[in-house]
Design a protein around this ligand. Structure first.
Ligand code: NZQ
Ligand code: ZN
Length: 384
């Protein structure tokens, strides 16, 4: 166990019907809100109406900014910043999935600075302040609702960069109503499941520690619950408890607790994935089921005991063969409907040079050591 400091200031309001409280919480941070959302999902599933009704009840003035796309892009975030500045909003209210939340965070940070926000993502400048951020989560996956992270793609350069643990970017309050997730398709839910599992498992697989009793128990418990909930959601997509456990598991999976004290943990599956979703604009979770399986196949000898523990304690596979455990994970991904090869994500001819160049930069920036360009290429080739 290595030393750590942990501070997570986000207030979580969880459960059925909690959207009626949005206005009251927002009013603690101001009177004028920039409401950031995506395309049409929150209008189609009634979330928009509920949020607006609650805001109206608390007399909150609302400036709307919609059209955030999956894998949110820099130019759109800049439009949001211009709007936030023009109307001098007091806070940013994000309603949607991880992309909406991340772009809302970029807007909240950009609204009170004069420089180019891309400097935050290239580490030229640090984010030290932002407008208050409040979120209503409708797609549980990224953990953005309870973390200080955000990821934005610069569409001109195809660079998908992010940051984590930034105090100014933690939402003040996040609303999690599992019923808002009934409208997610099974495919979207499967991609979310893949993202949650990777958040939990990257540190678990890459740690140098032989045993981490508290962290292992936390990760194994949540991963099993999320996988079981996924299967229950396939059986019944409006199973409240399955949606609720899945939602809370997603938040706990990437709110910082899972990684605490783990020596040597790193994020190779994410560093392989970000270039894929930046270049081919696929869902982040779909990319992760591809990269995680390939990374495990490539590193299975170095991390054999952790893979076998994963098989035993999470998948319920008693074996001394790492291949059997990886096959079992691949079978789970296939069963729920998330790809494990490029072709399953519609990528027929991957541009290996571009992928390797982009991932090499991320491996360096995220201090993931022990991989050459040849290693990166070999892992991308396993994904064919
Ligand atoms: O645009 P709308 O109409 O809202 O539709 C969205 C979008 O098309 C839809 N959706 C959301 N909630 C729904 C719904 N459809 C029906 N019912 C609902 N209740 O889902 C689609 C995908 O949404 P998106 O927000 O893109 O998905 P996700 O939550 O997976 O977010 C992915 C983004 O987060 C980043 C990823 O890289 C990617 O850019 N990440 C952010 C992290 C963080 N902040 O800590 C960490 C992650 O590892 C990740 O990198
Ligand atoms: Zn992720």
């Amino acid at each position: 166990m290595v030393n750590f400091v942990f501070q997570n200031p986000t207030k979580i309001v969880f459960g059925k019907g909690v959207l009626s409280q949005v206005g009251a919480e927002v009013s603690k941070y101001g009177k004028k809100a920039l409401l950031v959302y995506g395309k049409n999902s929150i209008k189609a599933n009634g979330v928009y109406d509920k949020v607006i009704a609650s805001l109206n009840k608390s007399n909150i003035e609302v400036i709307e900014f919609n059209g955030v796309k999956g894998n949110p892009i820099l130019s759109h975030a800049k439009e949001g910043i211009d709007l936030a500045k023009k109307y001098k909003v007091d806070l940013v209210l994000a309603v949607g999935g991880g992309s909406v939340l991340d772009e809302a965070k970029a807007i909240a940070a950009g609204a009170i600075c004069e420089s180019d926000i891309w400097d935050f993502f290239t580490a030229k400048k640090a984010v030290t302040e932002a407008l208050p951020i409040i979120t209503v989560l409708t797609l549980p996956a990224t953990g953005s609702e309870m973390n200080g992270g955000m990821v934005i793609t610069n569409e001109l350069t195809c660079e998908k960069f992010g940051m984590g643990g930034v105090q100014a970017l933690y939402p003040k309050v996040s609303f999690l109503d599992p019923e808002t997730t009934y409208s997610l398709s099974l495919t979207q839910t499967a991609y979310a499941c893949s993202d949650i599992m990777t958040h939990l498992l990257e540190g678990y697989f890459t740690t140098k520690a032989k045993t981490m009793p508290v962290q292992d128990g936390y990760i194994e418990g949540i991963a099993k619950a999320v996988m079981t909930s996924m299967l229950n959601i396939i059986d019944n997509s409006t199973d409240y408890n399955a949606r609720a456990h899945f939602m809370w598991g997603a938040t706990l999976g990437w709110n910082g607790i899972g990684a605490l004290g783990i020596p040597g943990g790193s994020l190779p599956s994410h560093a392989l994935e970000h270039p894929i979703s930046a270049i081919y604009d696929i869902a982040h979770g779909a990319g992760l089921s591809i990269t995680t399986v390939a990374w495990l196949k490539y590193r299975k000898e170095q991390i054999a005991p952790r893979i076998l523990q994963f098989g035993r304690n999470i998948l319920g596979v008693e074996t001394e063969s790492t291949d059997k455990v990886i096959d079992s994970l691949e079978a789970f991904y296939t069963k729920i409907g998330t790809p494990t090869r490029f072709i399953g994500a519609g990528i027929e001819v991957p541009d290996f040079d571009l992928l390797v160049n982009h991932s090499e930069r991320l491996f360096k920036a995220w201090r993931i050591y022990g991989y050459t360009k040849e290693d990166l290429l070999a892992m991308y080739k396993i994904m064919l």
